[in-house]
Design a protein around this ligand. Structure first.
Ligand SMILES: N[C@@H](CCC[C@H](N)C(=O)O)C(=O)O
Length: 283
């Protein structure tokens, strides 16, 4: 199985294009994803992303987290898929559509004079806010926010669905220890039976947000594109940031803009790391 490793702000995945290679037939995709993601016994990544033909868009993306669970979408993954699709001539125009399990989104690649793409703008569609936008089994919904009891504390956050589900909580300052301790408890809280991505955001001013994430199925990652979009959507809805903001993630910055029609644009890097061939079965 041929693969390409790419990252976007350090959020790294193993990309396999079924336009150009075949997947092993004797292993289920969730298992393949957890094996390739394992940094000691596999390649090492936050998950596996498939680039496939689509009946309804120009290409299709499927994303599996490091634990093998399949997610609906992935913002950083979409930018890398867009770069790959353009550079491998799976598409001809610089603007095209990508099908995900969370809906069809559109990509605009910023093409350099040498034909390479390092920057991509995604139109991620219109986010849905509130408990009804995700599978929520709790009783403490209040507008777009829900309250989660974790130990002796109550964590309040805005629920956002931007193809996949997010719980965005406002904090005074981001704290990596809090992310490691509280993140997994939000991710697998009983009120979210399908689990949820947990974002901790501190609003620095009306154009800047500090951001940390504990991702469903992958844990702490350097960046989460959909999470950054969800953070801006939540912050805009609360009136604490302007419609355009820079999100500072552990791995770098994303520019996020919410247009007047509600669509969220995300602009950021997409970087190729390596091409390789994965041997299956191992050993
Ligand atoms: N890193 C991604 C999100 C990947 C999927 C997520 N963990 C989920 O389970 O929904 C991004 O950049 O958006």
């Amino acid at each position: 199985m041929k693969f390409t490793k790419m990252h976007a702000l350090g959020n790294n995945y193993i990309y396999v294009s079924t336009f150009e290679t075949t997947l092993p037939t004797d292993v289920a995709l969730p298992q393949l994803a957890s094996v390739v993601s394992d940094v000691r016994r596999g390649i090492g990544a936050d998950g596996l992303i498939l680039i496939e033909p689509s009946q309804v868009a120009d290409v299709q993306m499927r994303i599996f987290n490091a634990d093998g669970s399949e997610a609906e979408t992935c913002g950083n993954g979409l930018r890398c898929v867009a770069k790959y699709a353009y550079e491998h001539q799976l598409v001809v125009a610089s603007q095209f559509t990508i099908e995900t399990k969370g809906g069809i989104v559109s990509a605009r690649v910023h093409v350099q004079p040498n034909g390479h793409v390092n920057l991509v703008t995604m139109d991620m569609g219109v986010p849905r806010l509130g408990a009804t936008s995700v599978h929520y089994a709790g009783k403490a919904a209040d507008g777009d926010d829900v309250a989660l009891t974790i130990g002796d504390d109550v964590w309040r956050g805005t629920v956002v669905n931007i193809g996949n589900p997010h719980f965005v909580t406002l904090v005074d300052a981001v704290d990596d220890e809090v992310v490691t301790q509280i993140g997994p408890r939000i991710e697998s809280h009983a009120d979210f039976p399908e689990r949820i991505n947990a974002e901790f955001i501190a609003v620095l001013n009306e154009r800047e947000i500090d951001f940390r994430v504990y991702e469903r199925g992958s844990g702490v990652t350097f960046a989460c594109g959909t999470g950054a979009c969800a953070a801006v959507a939540a912050a805009v809805s609360k009136g604490v940031v302007a419609s355009r903001a820079t999100v500072h993630l552990l791995g770098g910055d994303l520019e996020i803009e919410q247009l007047s029609d509600g669509h969220i644009l995300m602009t950021g890097e997409a970087v190729q790391v390596a091409d390789g061939e994965f041997v299956w079965p191992l050993g």
